[in-house]
Design a protein around this ligand. Structure first.
Ligand code: NAD
Ligand code: SF4
Length: 444
């Protein structure tokens, strides 16, 4: 497809690839920290209002309105308040936050400074996945620059009496520590076990204190909102989702990568447009797409003319999630693909809740049996029953477990079975995988 998708003005990725884009000098030469300057001239409540008006929604997966989340933090808490940045980015198919940390960490740091001032936070923790060694070093170097320039430290960019300290903490490689309450437990030095919600972290979070947990991209989106205004940002997006967003395109496409797209950009445009994926490899046709990281229900080939936006994808009973768009072609075995996804969740379950602890390996065993041609038709029903006892579907997000990992493990099973049951039955009928060895195409 030629370049027909509406071009977007890059907000987050404008400087990526430019020389030394990660340094303070480069950031300042592009108007960096102007948003903070404006924020410091405003009342904290007015900053929260501005973020609310921008229609910025969380980019970590749930798409919760950021300004609303900030407004839940009690103003008169006797306890210290905290900001925790979620940079644990471990959702399969998701690899965007690392680009922000590598290419433009000051954008996130400015977002941290603005959020902290608006919320009355004096301590921020940037929690990065254990594997992000380089990204942690680059973030730390940017923090050091910010301290040296008087942005962080005793007085926030010269604001007398408002101190802000910022620390980088690396996890130890557990997916579950990206769940916000497990992240808080991990920050407290404990095992990363999710907590029951409510209470939400905004009220009872780190060390029992009010804590806002925001994703890296969410915070990086805040400076332009303050610098250019909420109205400008809201208008870039749709009625309910402001701005632009990063999507991670992977799987069977000619040009995988991270792209900044508009909220109106459709999955078909992302796959085929010359600006983005540049189509499928020669001779291949799209069979299915996971639109928002492996937790998001899969869509079939006839459902892809849909915007990669929270509300539009909700209408299709799936999720925009964390922006991980995984494309599967007609050589892909859907049983093997689901088995691969199921193995991941079984491995990463923390084991606190019975449906998740027992159900996730059970799904894996059943899928292996089906893939290897040893199953009976009743095993397919059993698989559906096991998934339903972890989390029924639809609706999304009403599982029987403490955290969303249970939902994330069950939703792919439900959606693969709903759309591709014939392939599961073919494995049973033929006592083998009809796709043979398929070394390519099952992202396995
Ligand atoms: P959630 O809907 O429970 O919460 C979203 C956010 O809003 C949370 O910060 C929560 O504290 C806040 N919130 C919701 N209701 C609130 C209320 N009444 N008061 C105060 N705060 C409130 O979703 P979640 O469990 O935090 O996240 C699930 C999502 O995470 C999934 O959609 C998945 O796509 C995504 N995910 C992302 C990654 C990644 O690598 N980026 C990894 C795993 C999962
Ligand atoms: Fe742990 Fe799974 Fe329960 Fe989440 S749903 S708390 S990962 S057992």
């Amino acid at each position: 497809m030629a370049s027909t998708a509406k071009a977007v003005e890059p907000v987050i990725s404008a400087a990526w690839g430019k020389p030394q884009s990660w340094t303070l000098d480069s950031y300042r030469s592009r108007g960096g920290y102007d948003g903070l300057k404006r924020a410091l001239s405003m009342e904290p409540a007015a900053i929260i209002d501005e973020v609310k008006k921008s229609n910025l929604r969380g980019r970590g997966g749930a798409g919760f309105p950021t300004g609303m989340k900030w407004s839940f933090v009690p103003k008169d808490s006797p306890k210290p308040k905290y900001l925790a940045v979620n940079g644990d980015e471990s959702e399969p198919g998701t690899f965007k936050d690392r680009y922000i940390l590598e290419n433009d960490p000051h954008m996130m740091l400015e977002g941290i400074a603005i959020a902290s001032y608006a919320l009355g936070v004096h301590t921020c923790y940037v929690y990065l996945r254990g594997e992000f060694k380089f990204q942690a070093e680059r973030t730390q170097a940017a923090i050091d620059e910010a301290y040296k320039a008087g942005i962080f430290g005793k007085s926030l960019m010269g604001k007398e009496g408002f101190a802000l300290d910022c620390y980088v903490v690396r996890g130890a490689g557990a997916y579950i520590c990206g769940e916000e309450t497990a992240l808080l437990e991990s920050l407290e030095g404990k095992k990363g076990w999710p907590r029951l919600k409510p209470p939400f972290p905004a009220v009872v979070g780190l060390f029992g204190s009010p804590t806002v947990v925001n994703n890296v991209e969410t915070l990086a989106s805040v400076p332009p909102i303050l610098a250019k205004g909420a109205e400008w940002y809201a208008k870039l997006g749709t009625d309910k989702s402001g701005g632009t967003h990063l999507v991670c395109l992977s799987g069977s496409v000619n040009r995988p990568g991270v792209y900044e797209v508009g909220m109106h950009t459709t999955i078909l445009e992302l796959i085929h447009d010359d600006k983005y994926g540049q189509g499928m490899p020669k001779g291949r046709k799209v069979k299915a797409v996971i639109p928002g990281g492996s937790s998001a229900p899969v869509l079939g080939a006839d459902e892809l003319d849909v915007a990669l936006e929270f509300e539009a994808l909700k209408m299709k009973q799936t999720m925009a999630g964390s922006g991980g768009v995984i494309v599967m072609d007609d050589a892909t075995c859907m049983v093997r693909s689901l088995w691969r996804v199921a193995r991941f969740y079984a491995e990463e379950s923390c084991g606190q809740c019975t449906p998740c602890r027992e159900g996730t390996p059970w799904q894996t065993r059943l899928l292996r049996k089906i893939e290897e041609g040893r199953a009976e038709l009743s095993d397919i029903d059993m698989l559906s029953n096991v998934a339903s006892s972890i989390a029924p579907y639809p609706p999304i997000g009403l599982g029987n477990t403490i955290c969303a990992l249970g939902d994330a493990a069950a939703l792919p099973t439900h959606s693969f079975l709903m759309r591709f049951r014939d392939e599961f039955e073919a494995h049973v009928r033929e006592h083998r995988c009809p796709f043979g060895d398929h070394p390519w195409g099952s992202f396995g």
